[in-house]
Design a protein around this ligand. Structure first.
Ligand SMILES: *Cc1c(COP(=O)(O)O)cnc(C)c1O
Length: 397
């Protein structure tokens, strides 16, 4: 019988192959390449003895199904041998909040990078603060100097690499070794790179989170989150998931598996088009700066080159100083770049942003209006023409 892909062999394969083969059990799937979408709560036990012993691979829908198992196995293979468990959550934010609840308790202190996803900050200043956890924010470029920020009760450090608006690239190995020296766990929101371009757990991270809503889903049709953990952190994550009752809907699990199968080709194209567009924008007179760590000359470029194997299609630009109505004219003039939150789907997006309102550890003064772009899978020349039209409107306003 041919290998189903979910065995030890897959670990030695390259990531593109792992994405196609991992988590497939063609025997259990009766020959079909995709798993069944198991809608289920009740699982029947054949005998009283089995019931008393909780014997059986599946016990209850919330605790896992053949469909969730397929996705978890695929993600584990993608994350690499450090990963011993993957938790599934109904959104990326739920993956983050579940993780923080898993590793923190009243009286603890949490360090969060200043470029973290804003709803993550809201949770820290909201429910986490209410439950007696104190959060302080640090400069994402702090590196090993983060050592000076630890208190005796610091239990975790959360990084986002790079920040998904401002794109500073933290030195994760340096931050992780400082954290581990102080006995703290390291959590990485790895949504931008995905485990395909950055295997966080191999760079010192204990828990790597994906807003799978973005590139893993890849088609702007699901809300989904994943929590990949190493041996040190997994028991905490698994217990929190169990106690909180966190689980994901079967159709979304299926779509996440389907997204994974094409992640490598989609991300390769996002990487190529994103970089080409970043270079094109850097040469535009209307653009003061491009914030993209894969761009030569970006302050985060050396770290990106060292720790990442690719870049996705999300980055930001700083425009030359201009009135709001000029920026709005650009936004209204483009047709292929839709205005909407989220990213990671097939479509190009543009959104204005301003970090000044929420940053606390580092100033945000980019020197002009800022736009975040998601470069989708459309033809790159069409996208350039669309933005050129936008710049014409910007200059005319
Ligand atoms: C979108 C996003 C999240 C949250 O994911 P949802 O699925 O929208 O809850 C978390 N982190 C980053 C970096 C994101 O871009």
């Amino acid at each position: 019988m041919k290998s189903s892909g979910n065995d030890g062999v897959s670990k030695r394969r390259r990531a593109e192959t792992t994405l196609v083969t991992a988590g497939r059990d063609t025997g259990a799937q009766k020959g079909f390449v995709n798993p069944a979408v198991v809608h289920g709560s009740t699982v029947l036990y054949p005998t009283a003895d089995d019931l008393h012993a909780h014997r059986g691979e599946f016990q209850y829908g919330r605790r896992g199904t053949p469909t969730t198992k397929a996705l978890q196995q695929a993600l584990m293979a993608l994350e690499g041998p450090q990963c011993v468990g993957v938790g599934l959550a109904p959104s990326g934010l739920a993956a983050i909040t579940t993780t923080l609840l898993a590793v923190l308790k009243a009286g603890d202190h949490l360090l969060v990078c200043d470029n973290a996803y804003r709803p993550t900050r809201n949770f820290c200043s909201g429910l986490l603060a209410r439950f007696g956890v104190e959060t302080s924010y640090f400069d994402p470029l702090i590196g090993g100097a983060i050592s000076g920020l630890f208190k005796p009760n610091t239990k975790a450090v959360l990084v986002e690499a790079p920040g998904s608006q401002s794109f500073e690239m933290p030195d994760i190995p340096a931050i992780a070794s400082a954290a581990h020296a102080h006995g703290a766990l390291v959590i990485d929101d790895n949504t931008w790179a995905t485990p395909l371009f950055h295997r966080s757990l191999e760079h010192g991270v204990d828990i790597s989170i994906q807003a799978a809503t973005k590139y893993i889903g890849g088609h702007s049709d699901i809300m989904f989150g994943t929590i990949s953990a190493n041996a040190r952190a997994w028991p905490l994550v698994a217990e929190a998931i169990h106690q909180l009752g966190v689980c994901a809907g079967p159709d979304d699990v299926f779509l996440a598996i389907r997204g994974l199968r094409t992640l490598a080709v989609r991300l390769a194209q996002h990487h190529r088009s994103g970089l080409e567009m970043a270079r094109w924008l850097a040469a535009r007179p209307e653009v003061v700066r491009v914030l993209h760590p894969a761009l030569e000359g970006d302050p985060g470029h050396a770290i990106w080159k060292r720790d990442f194997t690719g870049a996705s299609g999300l980055f930001s630009i700083v425009l030359k100083p201009a009135p709001q109505k000029a920026v709005d004219a650009l936004l209204d003039a483009v047709e292929l770049f839709g205005m909407g939150y989220s990213w990671g789907g097939f479509e190009s997006l543009v959104i204005p942003f301003d970090c000044a309102g929420y940053r606390t550890a580092t100033p945000w003064a980019p020197g002009g209006p800022t736009l975040r772009l998601h470069i989708g899978l459309e033809n790159i020349e069409d996208l350039k023409a669309d933005l050129a039209r936008g710049f014409e409107a910007f200059n005319a306003a």
